[in-house]
Design a binder for this molecule. Structure first.
Ligand SMILES: Nc1ncnc2c1ncn2[C@@H]1O[C@H](COP(=O)(O)OP(=O)(O)O)[C@@H](O)[C@H]1O
Ligand SMILES: [Mg+2]
Length: 258
């Protein structure tokens, strides 16, 4: 695989919490333009992987290379600035802000004036602010919740809140969008809409890293899938192979992975 085809490499990333090895030398490679799935039982280390990747946690050893740049483990990076955006397993929105304001906050990470410049409101920042608002509206439309733009985030349904988080993440114009269980709590209709949205995001040029419990959704969406179990990557392949891997079936306690 040539260097320009690779977007993210994780090299033997390790993270402990006391005696718990949340990540044990996890290595994986994500190619540009793919939807890459990360699955595994509860507590397998999936969210911890996201937290290390996005600089929320510091991995004790190993490192990431993103878009050709090594991310130093000793100097926490700002994920949004280098082109990584994420959503959270436990939705993190500003409940007392409207949907569009939540997206604008994401967008401010990308602009010269920044969040504080936007508050001071001179002529230049006002123009920038108007552009941000227009872009935020487009993004709400893109994820399908434009009619909720001026509702408080906390008044949105669970599924719409998850979409709003995706819109906010996209506002940073990421190269990699990392979704932590985006279908959790969604009904069948919402999950199907989410599937179409993630496919569209990928088609529009954003690489997607997807943590998801809904195995059917993962197997249908992802080009390749890695399986974590007790902090170790036990399998990585195309869905058809992963589903038949005895270690994967074992990790899911013999439960259905199809
Ligand atoms: N902040 C933390 N402090 C202590 N232990 C943690 C913390 N975050 C995760 N862990 C532990 O690390 C392991 C992996 O957790 P997590 O990454 O959340 O798993 P997953 O997302 O796959 O369900 C679990 O044993 C969990 O209890
Ligand atoms: Mg998790």
């Amino acid at each position: 695989m040539s260097a320009h085809q690779v977007l993210l490499e994780a090299h033997e990333v390790a993270k402990h919490f006391g005696g718990v090895k949340a990540l044990h030398d996890v290595s994986l490679t994500i190619r540009r333009g793919e939807i890459y799935g990360l699955i595994g039982p509860n507590g397998a280390g999936k969210t911890t992987f996201f937290n290390c990747l996005t600089g929320l946690y510091r991995n004790e050893s190993g490192h990431f290379v993103f878009d050709g740049v090594k991310l130093a483990a000793d100097a926490p990076h700002k994920a949004a600035e280098i082109g990584i955006a994420r959503t959270f397993q436990n939705i993190r929105l500003f409940g007392n802000m409207t949907a569009i304001e939540n997206v604008m906050v994401g967008r401010h990470l990308r602009t010269r004036a920044g969040v504080f410049g936007a508050i001071s409101r001179n002529a230049a920042t006002r123009a920038e602010e108007a552009a941000i608002a227009r872009r935020a509206e487009e993004l709400l439309h893109y994820v399908g919740i434009q009619e909720r733009a001026h509702d408080y985030a906390r008044h949105l349904s669970y599924g719409d809140q998850r979409r709003l988080e995706i819109a906010r993440a996209l506002a940073t114009e990421p190269k990699l969008l990392a979704l932590d269980e985006p279908a959790a709590g969604m009904n069948g209709t919402e999950t199907e809409a989410l599937r179409l949205l993630v496919e569209g995001i990928c088609r529009d040029g954003v690489t997607v890293l997807l943590i998801e419990h809904d195995v059917k959704l993962v197997m249908g969406l992802c080009g390749r899938v890695a399986v974590l179990d007790y902090g170790e990557k036990i399998c990585e392949d195309v869905p058809a192979v992963v589903q038949k891997d005895p270690r994967v079936i074992e990790a899911y306690l013999g439960g259905s992975v199809a």
